[in-house]
Each structure stands twice: as structure tokens, then as C-alpha cells.
Design a protein around this ligand. Structure first.
Ligand code: PEP
Ligand code: MG
Length: 543
């Protein structure tokens, strides 16, 4: 038995006999053709045409995510620059295989150097296009055919190679290359197949047919497991299956404690696609729409925002809490000309920027929300509040926006207004907000960083942040004491250990990533409200 460590790329646990995919033999980049350049160039043209036809077939068979990746690779196959570059190399004497590989690599290196993550990521698409053309030139197959339940072990797997795979037989994937955010990880997650990538010794340590346990949650691979390891894996897989089946039952139900107290389970979203996912997963509403993520290429206009909010609300057909732009901190927006700051998390962030630049930032968004609210249940949530005066100032702007809209002849509606409790200042003085706001939602991600003075992006100090520490729980308890409905929309809202404590302290809405909704509902159903209250009381007293 041997344990290998890699990168967890797609969650889940599975085991099975290994099928090894060895990398194709390397191309001799100096190989010269022996015939004339024209016939070598026509070999290349035919290979490109065949590769394109094959790619079109694969794209049709692929699921949506994989099809998008394949579309990018197909574009590269058709790229005139790639073809002309290779033809010039053939004219200089190289074989078609050597020519296309050389040019694809040069092109990929150029792309990888561009200071734009989208273009840099296309480097792999070019290499893949080159490999596909070479496979056609060699007459070798690119497809992998499975005949029995299998763990695929390879140096790397391209999205195209995964398309034809029978997912009833494919148990898991292990690769030597790859990253947690790479194409293979996206494809494996989409297929629901556990995957561990970046496992450098995989091809040396695993032999064809040997049994392999793949843990895509932790990034570990056990080769030739003993009986005990195998039995443990089997029982974990059974448990996970059971948990999944149980969670399915909760999807369509409301969030209820064991004694039937309703705790709303809402979703955090940042796009229309996530709104759709929220509905599918059984969200009772959206508790946090992170709108600043609509502005990664600059602020959208009022009209563009109006269209987006209407579209999302129409998809949801349930309450939608829109957080006004939380720009700043680790979420910069281009085009706003914000001077760089020494401490961006303590800087010109969230409501501060909105109030200081109302015409440009705050008001177009408010107008779009109030207009979309004419037909839907929308609510406004203000981020990074540290003082009640900020809310009062925002309310004046919101009221004047409504007046303006009505006098301009728009249909618009007054909506509930809430705040994010993300600063200790807001939690400690929450009583001063009574009458000013309709609801509060605790952003535990920021409240934790500001309470423990731990930068949420600094891995070095993360262990000093205590999401279930006494100080943080006391701030939450204090927030819940005010006569204001309280939600939690930070990561803590989906933490199994934290949920009973939060509810026990008085939280009545949990807003979480769409995928977590069924499991949050299941956790809620495990205890009665009084049991949760007892846990909460113990948690805020003890260290
Ligand atoms: C939070 O701070 O907990 C929160 C939900 O907001 P964000 O993570 O977007 O800062
Ligand atoms: Mg926050």
C-alpha cells in the first residue's frame, strides 16, 4: 500500500482498478520531411480539417461546460496564424508534425505571458489544438474507450479526451499535471467524478490494473490498499451516498428545526446562472446578491443593471436581497480611479465609496433596483456599515431617487432596507439602528477579520481567525438582541457546527452557496430550537 498526495480537484471518494494512459511519444522537433513542401502542407491541411470535424462531433456530445471549453479549442484549430506559421516551417524543411508542434508551443508561450488571465488561459487551448492535429497526422486515436469500471491515471487529460468517456464506468481520475482551477477540475466537477490532479509520481507508482482509492476531497490517492483501507473507503462511500439521498429529500422543503420552527434558507448569488442554481437547489430566496461581481469590467449602467435585476428576480420568483456595490478591499473595479491604499480592507470600501460618489456609484444602482422592484420582491442591503449616520444618509438618497423616478414617469416602488453587520462597530451599536432599517444580515467573513484583526486574504494568519470564537459569537448574540430580523450570509451560515449555535442565538435566516442548501436544511432538522439555544448559551460562555 502506498499513499500519494496531489491536489483535490473534484470532490468525492471512489476506488477501482487503474487504467493508465501513457503520454504519446514525443515529437522530434527537428525532423525534416523528405518529399516536397506542397504535399507536406496538404497533409497538414487535411489533418486540420479532420481535427475540426472530430471536434464538432465531440462538442455535440459534450455537456455545456465541456462544450464551452471545446469551443475555445476549436477556434484555435481554425486559427489562420497557427496554420500559416506551420506552413512557413514546412517550407523551411520541417515535417508537418514538427512544424505544428513548434508553432503551437511558440504561440502558447506568447499567450501565457499576456497580463490577462483569460488570454493566458488560452495557452493550453493552443497546445491542445497542436496535439489534436498531430494525432490526426499520425493516424492515432485521441479517444479513450473504457470497458470496465476504471480509475483513469494519466499525465494529463484534456477536456476533449474526457468527452467520450462512459461516466458509468469512470470511477475517478488521477493526473500528474493540472491545478484545482484548471479545465480538468471543471470538467470532473461537472461530471461529478472525484479527481486528484498534480500528483507527480502517479505514473511511476501506479501499475495497470492495480486498485486505487481516490479521495477528491483531500487530494490523496492510495495505491494497492490493504483490506482495512478498502473497507474504510467502502463505508465512507456508502455514508456519502446516504447523505446525498437524504439531502435530496430536503431540497424542496422549507428550512425547519426538528420542532418545526421556520428558519429561512436563502442563497448567495453573483449572477443569473447562480439564480437558476438557487432555484434548483431549493432556495427560499436570495439573501445576498453580490452585485460588485457584475462590475469586474467597470460599473454597469442603470439600464444594464435594471435588465439584470429584472432577469434575476424573474428567475427566482421569490425574495431577492440586492447588496449595493461592495467595491474596494479585495474587490477592485476598473475605471473608478480609486487611489491605491495601504490598508484596502480599512479603506474606501462598500457604502463609503457609494456615499462619497453617489452620482456615479450609488444612485444608478438604487434607481435600477427601485424600478425593478415595481414588479418583484426586491430589498436593498448596504455593505460595510459602521455608523447609523451612514444609513440615514443612504436613506435620504434612496428617498430622493424614488421621488425622481416617479416624477420622471417611471414605475418604481419603496423597498425594505437592511444593512450588513460586518464591522464590530455595527454589532456593538445595533440598538441605534432600530427604526432605521428593516433587517440586518451578518457578514461573518468580514466580521471575523475585523474582530480578530486577521486579513481574510492572508494565509499566514488565517488560523488566528476564530469563526466560532467567544468574541465573534458575542457580537452575533448582541446583534440578535435588537428588535430587527437577523440573517447570516457569511461562510459560517453553512458550517454544520455553527448552524445550531447561530439559530440558538436568534438568527432566523441562513444565506449560503446554492449547492449547500439541502445540507443546511438537513442540519437544521437535527435539533429542536431549545436544544440549539442550550448549545448557543454554552458557546458564548465558554472559551
Ligand atoms: C461577509 O463579509 O461575510 C460577506 C458575506 O460579504 P463578502 O464575503 O462578499 O465580503
Ligand atoms: Mg463582506
Amino acid at each position: 500500500m502506498k499513499k500519494l498526495s496531489g491536489i483535490a480537484a473534484a470532490p468525492g471518494l471512489a476506488f477501482g482498478p487503474a487504467t493508465i494512459i501513457r503520454p504519446a511519444t514525443a515529437i522530434d522537433l527537428t525532423a525534416k520531411h523528405t518529399g516536397d513542401s506542397e504535399s507536406e502542407q496538404s497533409r497538414l491541411t487535411t489533418a486540420i480539417e479532420h481535427a475540426i470535424v472530430q471536434m464538432d462531433t465531440l462538442q455535440h456530445a459534450a455537456n455545456k461546460q465541456t462544450a464551452e471549453i471545446l469551443a475555445a479549442q476549436r477556434e484555435m484549430l481554425d486559427d489562420p496564424e497557427l496554420k500559416e506559421g506551420a506552413e512557413a516551417q514546412i517550407a523551411a524543411g520541417l515535417t508537418a508534425e514538427a512544424a505544428i508542434t513548434t508553432i503551437a508551443e511558440e504561440y502558447a508561450v506568447q499567450l501565457a505571458q499576456i497580463d490577462d488571465p483569460y488570454l493566458a488561459a488560452r495557452a493550453e487551448d493552443v497546445r491542445e489544438a497542436g496535439r489534436r492535429i498531430v494525432a490526426q497526422l499520425r493516424g492515432s486515436s485521441f479517444e479513450i474507450h473504457l470497458t470496465q469500471p476504471t480509475v483513469l491515471v494519466a499525465q494529463d487529460l484534456s477536456p476533449a479526451e474526457t468527452v467520450g468517456l462512459d461516466i458509468n464506468l469512470l470511477q475517478a481520475i488521477v493526473t500528474e499535471h493540472g491545478s484545482a482551477t484548471g479545465h480538468l477540475a471543471i470538467v470532473a466537477q461537472g461530471l461529478g467524478i472525484p479527481a486528484v490532479v498534480g500528483t507527480p509520481e502517479a505514473l511511476r507508482a501506479i501499475t495497470e490494473g492495480s486498485v486505487v482509492i481516490v479521495d477528491g476531497n483531500t487530494g490523496t490517492v492510495i495505491v494497492a490498499p490493504d483490506e482495512q483501507a478498502l473497507a474504510e473507503a467502502e463505508s465512507s462511500i456508502k455514508q456519502a451516498q446516504q447523505a446525498r439521498q437524504e439531502q435530496e429529500l430536503y431540497r424542496e422543503q422549507r428550512g425547519l428545526t426538528a420542532d418545526g420552527v421556520h428558519i429561512e434558507v436563502f442563497a448567495n448569488i453573483a449572477s443569473q446562472a447562480e439564480a437558476q442554481k438557487a432555484v434548483t437547489m431549493g432556495a427560499e430566496g436570495v439573501g445576498l446578491f453580490r452585485t460588485e461581481l457584475l462590475a469586474t469590467r467597470g460599473l454597469p449602467t442603470e439600464e444594464a443593471q435594471y435588465a439584470i435585476y429584472r432577469e434575476v428576480a424573474a428567475t427566482l420568483q421569490r425574495p431577492l436581497i440586492i447588496r449595493t456595490f461592495d467595491i474596494g478591499g479585495d474587490k477592485p473595479v476598473p475605471g473608478l480611479n480609486i487611489p491605491s491604499e495601504d490598508n484596502p480592507f480599512l479603506g474606501w470600501r462598500g457604502i463609503r465609496l457609494g456615499l462619497d460618489r453617489p452620482q456615479e456609484v450609488f444612485l444608478p444602482q438604487i434607481r435600477a433596483i427601485l424600478r425593478a422592484a415595481a414588479d418583484y420582491d426586491l430589498r436593498i442591503m448596504l455593505p460595510m456599515i459602521a455608523d447609523p449616520d451612514e444609513v440615514a444618509e443612504a436613506r435620504v438618497l434612496i428617498d430622493s431617487a424614488l421621488e425622481d423616478l416617479l416624477s420622471e414617469g417611471h414605475t418604481a416602488r419603496r423597498v425594505p432596507i437592511g444593512i450588513m453587520v460586518e464591522t464590530p462597530a455595527a454589532a456593538l451599536a445595533i440598538d441605534q439602528y432600530v427604526g432605521l432599517i428593516d433587517f440586518a444580515s451578518i457578514g461573518t467573513n468580514d466580521l471575523t477579520q475585523y474582530t480578530y484583526a486577521v486579513d481574510r486574504t492572508n494565509a499566514q494568519v488565517q488560523k488566528r481567525a476564530q469563526p466560532l470564537g467567544t468574541a465573534l459569537l458575542r457580537l452575533i448574540a448582541l446583534t440578535c438582541k435588537a428588535e430587527i430580523p437577523v440573517a447570516v450570509c457569511g461562510q459560517l451560515a453553512s458550517n454544520e457546527q455553527a448552524i445550531p449555535i447561530l439559530v440558538g442565538l436568534g438568527v432566523r435566516e441562513l444565506s449560503v452557496a446554492p449547492a449547500r442548501i439541502p445540507e443546511v436544511k438537513r442540519t437544521l432538522a437535527t435539533l429542536t430550537l431549545s436544544e440549539m439555544q442550550a448549545l448557543a448559551q454554552a458557546a458564548i460562555k465558554t472559551r
